[in-house]
Design a protein around this ligand. Structure first.
Ligand code: SP5
Ligand code: ZN
Length: 344
């Protein structure tokens, strides 16, 4: 299986995040991608290729033009404001009773207007890295569509599944899976399924496709009653309008291990079997691991192999896209276990 990765993805290098009432060391850091890359090479998963540049058009198919313009211009504005902090955080949001529009002109208003949380710093090279990450997703999709590959791995960083049409958050700035899904549809595919196995609910991806039947969104994750993103990912969210029935969520209790997880996974696989997508995109987080520093599931490293093996049995063309996973020492092993399990 080929891996798609660009060193430009490493240029987003957050120092801190706001968590637990503190400025804490960031967990979504460049070494995550480096260890996955190294393990891909050590275990000879397959060739590593650089992404092609798909330009801005595929981004505009998912994200709002004003959001993309904000992301593109943000760091220059931050500097022009005379801000000296080496990374930016939002602190005020247009929640209930406040107006998202008109879009503010003040830099702090803009940050809040286009974000969902205070845990996702923006630095000088954040958007450049996010675009490289999206290009990795698109290139992996193209390898499977035109390159004669039955599967490909987009080593995406920063991740994508929390950010929506017009907001960043959850360490995500461009929704890589959504961008790749829409690109495949625009190339002539009829139905795409996205299976999100990151520990956190993929709120951004769900919201983007919530009213559409051409993208089936399935997510297994920690119950949002007890875990980030807190405000989406409940069992009763099943889509709306033409998309009714094309979203499914399996919120699972804190402490979930492979035994419980795999039962929910079997249900998700049945949905995939019925839907018969042209392509399956897997939002692949490794944060279900028992040692993950911000998560509370109990996967062992071998369970990631089982996950890959189960996905193989679906017999679908598949694009893996990396999302979360913060136990850096084991991240390479856990990620390549999925991909290796899939190959076997
Ligand atoms: C892509 C992805 O996995 N994003 C996750 C974003 C989670 N951000 C908020 C994490 C808050 C964790 N709080 C628990 C801290 C334990 N000390
Ligand atoms: Zn996650």
């Amino acid at each position: 299986m080929k891996t798609v990765f660009s060193p430009v993805e490493l240029k987003h290098a957050p120092k801190n995040e706001i968590a637990d009432g503190q400025l804490r060391p960031a967990v979504e850091i460049p070494s995550r991608a480096e260890i996955v890359l190294r393990t891909v090479q050590e275990r000879a998963l397959g060739e590593v290729v650089e992404p092609l540049d798909f330009g801005s058009q595929p981004l505009h198919r998912i994200h709002a033009a004003d959001y993309l313009a904000f992301m593109e211009s943000f760091w220059d504005r931050w500097i022009a404001e005379g801000r000296t902090a080496e990374e930016a955080f939002p602190y005020v949001w247009p929640i209930r009773s406040l107006r998202a529009d008109p879009v503010p002109e003040h830099i702090d208003g803009l940050l809040g207007r286009y974000s969902m949380d205070a845990g996702t710093p923006i630095g000088p090279f954040t958007f450049e890295a996010a675009k490289a990450s999206a290009n990795a997703a698109l290139t992996a999709a193209q390898l499977v569509k035109d390159g004669g590959e039955g599967s490909a791995f987009a080593l995406c960083r920063p991740p994508g599944h929390h950010c929506g049409k017009d907001f960043f958050g959850g360490y995500c700035f461009l929704n890589n899976a959504a961008i790749a899904a829409q690109w495949l549809l625009d190339q002539g595919a009829h139905r795409i399924a996205i299976l999100d196995v990151d520990y956190h609910h993929g709120n951004g991806t769900q919201a983007i496709f919530y009213d559409r039947p051409d993208v089936l969104f399935l997510s297994l994750h920690a119950d949002p009653r007890h875990e980030y993103p807190h405000f989406l990912g409940h069992e009763d969210e099943t889509g709306e309008k033409a998309g009714t029935g094309f979203t499914r969520n399996w919120p699972l209790p804190l402490g979930t291990g492979w035994e419980t997880y795999s039962e929910a996974l079997e249900e998700a696989c049945r949905w995939l079997h019925v839907y018969k997508p042209d392509y399956l995109l897997v939002s692949l987080g490794m944060d279900c691991y028992r040692e993950d520093p911000i998560s509370k599931f109990r996967f062992n490293s071998e369970d990631f192999t089982s996950l890959g093996q189960r996905l193989k049995r679906l017999g679908l063309p598949i694009v893996f896209l990396m999302e979360g996973g913060y136990a850096v020492d084991a991240l390479g092993t856990n990620c390549v276990n999925v991909l290796d399990g899939f190959k076997r």
